[in-house]
Design a protein around this ligand. Structure first.
Ligand SMILES: CC(C)(COP(=O)(O)OP(=O)(O)OC[C@H]1O[C@@H](n2cnc3c(N)ncnc32)[C@H](O)[C@@H]1OP(=O)(O)O)[C@@H](O)C(=O)NCCC(=O)NCCS
Length: 183
């Protein structure tokens, strides 16, 4: 498991102290508006502890996964960024998705982009992945902006089989990432 730092943020594997803010974030309807079917996540500490445990196990199993994002100034839990297999879209597999979720109080500060950038670098440089996708609800403009700023570009539309809902898939390849970094 890894730790990454940026100018304003510390990224480290999820831990038990994240459970309370994670639960708050996952039960905020505005945060969850464009996730899955739009309903809030689990509202009990046990299920949220399970998210933390699975995230830690994911790192052990895959060599990549979810990182909690904390402010360096104050150590507040702002949200998470992740590398994960989008199993809800089996037609895309095998592929790895980059994703993000932040507490509403931390939106509009550039944190999502700042935290996702070193994770994207990790995906190509350390995890050895060749292509990264990011998947969003068609109306999730905030997330689209983050993808755009990271250099991902629209790749395809897809339908989530279990829900029948349409999503948009953006992507960046290792070559595109290298060219962007070189430029
Ligand atoms: C998606 C999400 C992470 C985006 O958060 P965000 O705060 O809007 O995104 P960023 O961290 O990149 O910040 C963007 C804005 O912060 C502002 N900002 C303020 N200070 C800044 C700084 N120092 N650096 C960069 N941007 C800054 C910018 O105006 C920027 O707006 P722009 O996109 O018009 O350029 C957030 O809306 C969220 O958690 N949503 C709910 C979960 C979700 O939908 N996840 C994605 C599923 S696909």
């Amino acid at each position: 498991m890894i730790t990454l730092t940026t100018d304003r943020l510390l990224l480290r594997p999820p831990s038990e102290e994240d459970i309370a803010p994670l639960l708050e974030m996952n039960t905020d309807p505005e945060v969850m508006r464009y996730i899955g079917d739009g309903s809030p996540g689990p509202s009990d500490p046990e299920s949220t502890a399970g998210i933390v445990a699975r995230a830690r196990q994911g790192w052990a199993d895959n060599g990549f996964g979810m990182l909690s994002v904390l402010t360096r100034d104050g150590g507040e839990y702002a949200g998470w960024v992740t590398l994960a297999e989008p199993r809800f879209l089996p037609q895309l597999l095998p592929v790895v998705e980059i994703g993000w979720r932040f507490r509403r109080a931390f939106w509009g500060r550039g944190y999502a982009t700042e935290a996702a950038a070193p994770l994207l670098a990790f995906a190509f440089d350390e995890a050895g992945l060749d292509r990264i996708v990011s998947i969003r609800h068609p109306d999730n403009d905030r997330s689209r902006r983050v993808m755009e700023k990271l250099g991902l570009r629209f790749a395809e539309e897809a339908v989530v089989p279990v829900r029948g809902t349409r999503v948009l898939v953006d992507a960046i390849t290792r070559e595109e990432y290298a060219a962007r970094r070189g430029g």
